[in-house]
Design a protein around this ligand. Structure first.
Ligand code: MTE
Length: 311
């Protein structure tokens, strides 16, 4: 259960929630509406509680928007916040194609309008070993899949990021990874209610460095599956080629489920650095959880699969 907010078309820009009042408002909404779990952190949080629990405070706006991976804008963590202002997000078109009855090129507004936007707080665990807790705003990926009327032979969804060298200064890696950035999910993973298409952060419009105007967030997988600035979604029969699993298949699998027991060839995945600017070193070291703490919700998707082989 999550807090429902109004449809994007009904929210005037003058009403965008300032970050300072965001948590208070969430508390208010939860308490008055009497709805159940307000977030997907852990096992669900009672409405009367604050939207976080334990030590899992959401990271600050500054942390979430200045420590990023968006290689199209540079390889350093601060490069995307410095460089992504050149990304033009309006107008934006999303192509839906492949094995479905309703393919098309959708203006972003039309793509979002039929869905109800929700606020969800998710952990994000990067394969590099850092993590954050992020309050996203978006809608279930399943909405889009249902609207597209996918054919039964489709088994995967493939995603593509915009690639425009005039807007994106990172050209150095082109020969190696071959832009555009690509990702994919098995159809049942994509239909899972936790799979989320994101258009906002802390109740505000998504900043460019976080993948504006539309990105995916799949919280039980390493962060690189959460592809940014999406321009295309295709329904396909075979497992699609994805950027990191084709670049370094020994290091990055198609599934890339967070798993402290499957080490990366160059480093352990048993623990992570939770970014925490209030600390001396700017982070806390914590244990990494199986499926990033979402095992109760998603482990059934992998029943009978050897997650060491299908990493
Ligand atoms: N999407 C694109 N197009 N390009 C990227 O370089 N980096 C991925 C993912 N999506 C990436 C991307 C990685 S490695 C991570 S950890 C997350 O975005 C980071 O999201 P954030 O910067 O919003 O925290």
């Amino acid at each position: 259960m999550v807090i429902r907010v109004r449809r994007s078309s009904q929210v005037p820009s003058s009403e965008i929630t300032p970050e300072s009042t965001y948590l208070d408002r969430r508390k208010f909404l939860g308490a008055t509406a009497g709805i159940g779990a307000a977030t997907f952190l852990g096992r669900g949080v009672a409405a009367e509680e604050t939207p976080t629990h334990g030590d899992e405070e959401p990271n600050s706006w500054e942390e979430i928007t200045t420590h990023n991976n968006f290689y199209e804008f540079g390889l350093g963590k601060e490069d995307p916040s410095r460089n992504a202002h050149t990304l033009v997000t309006e107008p934006w078109t999303v192509r839906v194609d492949g094995l479905c009855a309703k393919p098309g090129d959708y203006a972003l507004e039309d793509f979002i309008r039929p869905s109800t936007l929700e606020d969800r707080v998710y952990r994000l665990r990067c394969v590099e070993g850092w993590s954050m807790v992020i309050p996203w705003r978006g809608f279930p990926l399943a909405d889009v899949i249902r609207r597209a009327e996918v054919e039964p032979r489709a088994r995967y969804v493939a995603f593509e990021t915009l690639w425009d060298p005039d807007q994106m200064p990172e050209r150095g890696w082109k020969p190696r990874i071959g832009w555009p950035y690509r990702e994919g999910l098995r159809l049942d993973e994509a239909l899972h209610p936790l799979s989320f298409l994101v258009v906002g952060l802390y109740g505000k419009t998504l900043p460019n460095q976080n993948g504006a105007p539309l990105r995916l967030v799949v919280p039980w997988k390493y962060g690189f599956k959460s592809i940014k600035s999406i321009v295309r979604m295709s329904f396909v029969r075979d497992q699609p080629r994805t950027t990191w699993s084709s670049d370094s298949p020994r290091e990055y699998g198609f599934y890339s489920n967070v798993n402290p027991e499957v080490r990366h060839p160059r480093w352990s995945q048993a623990t992570e650095k939770r970014i925490d600017g209030g600390r001396l070193f700017g982070y806390r070291r914590i244990d990494t959880q199986f499926l990033n703490g979402y095992a109760d919700e998603v482990a059934h998707l992998y029943e009978g699969m050897d997650l060491r082989k299908h990493f």
